[in-house]
Design a protein around this ligand. Structure first.
Ligand code: FE2
Length: 206
């Protein structure tokens, strides 16, 4: 692809640029977790209500596993914004986060199943029913209420994409995946990409 073709397909990134600016302003204003999830959730809902800004490079499924593309990380690592791209039928292992999170569906739909450790013996069990998270819906991840879950593409024949915001540089957070038995394994997810969308070239207005 030549340079002109690349410029032609670069979408207007201003919705994402506005979002990260507004999210940083929110975190400057409050460190109350309830407020971050509620007001941050409203910001994310506005971001995912339109599907015209995510560059194709960060929307590519992998044939074998879901992809996690970093879109932005706050300079103080207070929050990160990630696109999760799920090929047909792909799913995460059961995992935790250890920071707050917000999940908003940009394209397609996802199924989410929460898990909790049973009080008397610590065995990991399903908590509540599997939930469908539909296009444009936003769900919080609140570590105060338990943050262990499994997420999968609701579709067996198409890609789904969700935009996640986490209270840290999520690809570098030391956390865990879990076997069905409850056995915990250390997990640092990393990211699938080595370059980020350029939000800051203001000469390129759409
Ligand atoms: Fe998760």
């Amino acid at each position: 692809m030549n340079a002109f073709a690349q410029i032609a397909v670069t979408p207007d990134l201003s919705p994402l640029r506005r979002f990260v600016g507004n999210f940083a302003a929110l975190l400057n204003e409050t460190d109350d977790l309830g407020a971050i999830l509620e007001r941050g959730g409203a910001l994310l809902a506005r971001l995912v209500e339109r599907d015209d800004w995510l560059p194709d490079d960060y929307a590519q499924p992998h044939p074998e596993r879901y992809q996690q593309y970093l879109l932005h990380c706050d300079s103080a690592e207070r929050f990160s914004v990630v696109s999760f791209v799920w090929g047909p039928g792909q799913a995460t292992p059961i995992h935790d986060h250890r920071v707050w999170g917000l999940v908003g569906v940009l394209r397609g739909a996802e199924k989410v199943q929460s898990f909790r450790h049973r009080e008397h013996d610590g065995v990991l069990v399903q908590h509540g029913a599997t939930r469908d998270l539909l296009e444009a819906e936003v769900e919080p991840i609140d570590p105060r209420e338990g943050d262990i879950h499994r997420v999968e593409n609701a579709f067996a024949d198409r890609t789904s994409i969700s935009i996640h915001v986490y209270g840290g540089n999520i690809g570098a957070v030391e956390r865990a995946t879990y076997r069905a038995s409850g056995e915990e394994r250390p997990f640092i997810s990393g990211y699938a990409n080595t370059t980020l969308p350029n939000l800051w070239d203001l000469s390129r207005k759409a």
